[in-house]
Design a binder for this molecule. Structure first.
Ligand code: KG4
Ligand code: ZN
Length: 338
């Protein structure tokens, strides 16, 4: 069984995971999120520098946790894209160095496919075909997955802000800090989801696309109009409901229309408590099976990259070439960069 080390550096998390035979041996993450907090969002250059500092220590920690040596590894997997160019470059360069030094295959993989593949670590083999909904600070995508090691078909995406970005912007508006998703989620527990009728971000003519910028503006206007007496918990609950209502409705509709029985949700926003509850209710009502990895595997991590790399290695896929680029705009149809 191949022993694979996966490296993730597409955003602000330096993640290193080690996987063997669908089992997780190590999942070490060094986050630079605190360095970005005062800017209210991830600063690419700050993230790249933090990756450089964290890379080797995080690999060492992962090896120690897994109780394996570098020379035991059978392959190295790395996020080749999409993501921040400078941040990706650090992971790709490190992965190449390890692959050359150890003389093992290098798999440059798609970040979004890794978000889907990670569920193998929690719930066993990925049910294929499935629909995957990936919602994070950088992406909001609905994908049809026939085989996660081959290709994914994009069904829909956001036409403006990503779902997590909307959470972060609304949190900032309310003075809740960065990242905003967890804070909004917490506040929302004490609020009423039907307190304020915020708009649902549907896109005419594109059944699986979503839009969050109108919602964000509606929240900003509402907060402005009620200055001095903003019921923060109600605003959070009503905003959150507007986001998760649209996301879950589209995901369930995509499954039904494509005749697919399984929905997999991933990305940082999949940690949202209301999203998890509503997705489960709607899947139950539609006779669909829902799979959501635990929150720690939903946010960016190296284990997801290792999980996809291990599947590729197990199927005997040829590795990427050593001139593998860091591809910030990597197409979702491309799971493995040659
Ligand atoms: O996947 P991730 O760690 O990084 C990328 O953006 O790729 O996702 C981070 C995003 C942030 O926007 C954060 O606010 C959001 O996920 N998030 C949440 C929750 N936890 C994290 N959004 C809503 N509810 C949460 N509980
Ligand atoms: Zn991600």
């Amino acid at each position: 069984m191949p022993l694979v080390l996966g490296i993730e550096t597409s955003c602000d998390e330096t993640g290193v995971g080690i996987v063997r035979d669908g089992g997780l041996l190590a999942d070490e993450v060094a986050s630079s999120v605190e360095a970005h907090a005062r800017f209210g969002g991830v600063v690419p250059e700050v993230a790249s520098r933090a990756h450089l500092e964290a890379m080797v220590p995080t690999v060492r920690r992962a090896l120690a946790t897994a109780g394996v040596r570098l020379c035991d590894l059978d392959a190295i997997a790395v996020t080749a894209g999409p993501g921040l160019a400078g941040a990706l470059l650090v992971g790709v360069a490190a992965a190449k160095a390890y692959a050359v030094a150890l003389d093992v295959p290098l798999y440059g993989v798609n970040h979004l496919a890794a978000h889907v593949a990670v569920d193998v670590l929690e719930h066993g083999p990925i049910p294929e075909p499935c629909v995957a909904m990936l919602v994070s600070g950088g992406h909001s995508s609905l994908l049809l997955v026939e085989d996660v090691t081959q290709t994914m078909v994009p069904l829909g995406q956001t036409v403006d802000d990503a779902a997590g970005e909307a959470f972060d912007k609304v949190a900032r508006l309310l003075g809740l800090g960065f990242p905003g998703g967890p804070a909004v989620d917490r506040q929302a527990r004490a609020g009423r989801p039907d307190a304020i009728a915020f708009p649902r971000g549907v896109v005419r003519g594109a059944p699986y696309d979503v839009s969050f910028s109108g919602l964000k503006t509606a929240v900003a206007r509402w907060v402005e109009a009620h200055e001095g007496a903003v019921p923060v918990a109600d605003v959070c609950a009503s905003f959150q409901e507007a986001v998760v209502d649209v996301l879950t409705a589209k995901a369930v509709a995509a499954c039904r229309e494509r005749g697919v029985e399984h929905l997999v949700i991933g990305g940082g926003v999949a940690a949202n408590s209301r999203l998890r509850v509503l997705a489960q209710q709607r899947c139950d009502a539609a006779g669909l099976r829902l799979r959501v990895p635990r929150p720690g595997l939903c946010t960016d991590n190296g284990a997801m990259v290792a999980a996809l790399g291990e599947r590729l290695a197990a199927t005997g896929a040829p590795g990427s070439s050593l001139d593998l680029p860091a591809d910030s705009g990597m197409d979702v149809r491309e799971v493995l960069c040659r």
